[in-house]
Design a protein around this ligand. Structure first.
Ligand SMILES: C[S@@+](CC[C@H](N)C(=O)[O-])C[C@H]1O[C@@H](n2cnc3c(N)ncnc32)[C@H](O)[C@@H]1O
Ligand SMILES: [Mg+2]
Length: 323
């Protein structure tokens, strides 16, 4: 009956107001979105530049080429490591591919978050979403990849994937798991951080970081590093948990203490960002958020789906400005 409680909590209306931002030029993916004056202003500002969409073949600007990382040279990228947070993940590293273990929620959410990534990246890079390998030709970095739950499907969709994580054990497990399938064995896994990759002048068409920003030392610095890893007009996708009353009730009280879905103490509510805060942080890092969606859990089916309600889990897609 505990899941019934979660379901009730998900539907109670005591969350702080939240928003969804949708690119008005895109066909709607989700039901009607509430608009926010702040985000409308940000949206207009970021689109007065009217930057052209990138071709997926901006190969000269990706990979390890030097010379296009002026931001990295002029800005210092502080460490994103929060040792206490990293230690929590090191303690449960062996359980990454246990679909009933502490990462069960990530496994269950994966098809839904992949569908968001697939549709937003395909539209942005003008790829065929119905192709078996729509990400062919794209270089993607998965920052905080853990055991590779996201990196592997990205590689199967044709992307050239680099997965990085601060925990050595996670990287070992990710490497072993990926090696068992020829479609994923090409993934390059490294135990490192986004800011270290910036120092190495690495560039990618897209930087993706799911469920990591709430565990880093400073979200603003972290987003600046993600931006520095992304080519101009490239893409960034971030998912995290909203700092709302509802997220306290569901993502912490229910998920950690009542349902035991996550180890107790996995999340610190005060470290969560609201969608508005994430949009502003990304905006200051030269990334304009174009689209946002929430995730909702259906206890009857055990599935997650996309929704306009960003009051608990949400995901944002943005593009890096050209200047
Ligand atoms: C909740 S898990 C998310 C894993 C993966 N992104 C996913 O959603 O399937 C957070 C991951 O971020 C990693 N992490 C935490 N802080 C990090 C940092 N500063 N740099 C890189 N990885 C970090 C942790 O080791 C952990 O594997
Ligand atoms: Mg988390």
């Amino acid at each position: 009956m505990a899941w019934r409680l979660l379901w009730v909590l998900q539907r109670t209306s005591f969350s702080v107001p939240t928003i969804s931002l949708r690119n008005p030029n895109c066909s709607p993916l989700y039901p009607s979105a509430a608009s926010s004056p702040l985000l409308t202003k940000l949206w207009k500002r970021s689109h007065t530049d009217a930057a052209p969409l990138p071709s997926p073949t901006q190969k000269t600007r990706t990979g390890t080429e030097s010379g296009d990382n002026a931001g990295a040279k002029s800005t210092s990228f502080r460490s994103s490591l929060n040792e206490a947070e990293v230690a929590k993940f090191a303690a449960i590293a062996e359980t990454w591919w246990d679909s009933q273990g502490p990462f069960q929620t990530l496994h269950l959410m994966n098809p839904t978050r992949i569908s968001f990534i697939r549709s937003t990246l395909c539209r942005h890079f003008r790829k065929d979403p119905f192709s078996a390998r729509p990400f062919e030709g794209l270089k993607i970095v998965d920052v905080g990849c853990g055991g590779g739950i996201l990196s592997e499907p990205l590689a199967r969709m044709g992307a050239t994937v680099t997965g990085i994580d601060a925990v050595e054990k996670n990287i070992k497990i990710a490497q072993i798991h990926a090696a068992s399938d020829p479609l994923t064995s090409s993934i390059e896994y490294h135990c490192t951080t986004a800011e270290e990759l910036v120092k190495e002048n690495k560039k990618f068409d897209a930087a993706i970081s799911l469920e990591v920003i709430e565990h880093v030392a400073d979200p603003s610095d972290f987003c600046k590093s993600l931006a520095a890893l992304t080519v101009p007009l490239g893409a960034t996708v971030i998912s995290t948990i909203n700092r709302s009353m509802r997220s306290y009730a569901t993502a912490i009280v229910a998920a950690e203490y009542l349902l035991n879905w996550l180890p107790k103490g996995t999340h610190q509510w005060s470290q969560f960002l609201t969608p508005e805060e994430l949009v502003l942080i990304l905006e200051r890092a030269s990334i304009s958020v174009q689209e946002m969606a929430g995730f909702v859990y259906n206890p009857m089916t055990g599935d997650w789906s996309l929704t306009d309600d960003t009051s608990v889990n949400f995901i944002a897609f943005g593009t890096k400005r050209n200047k």
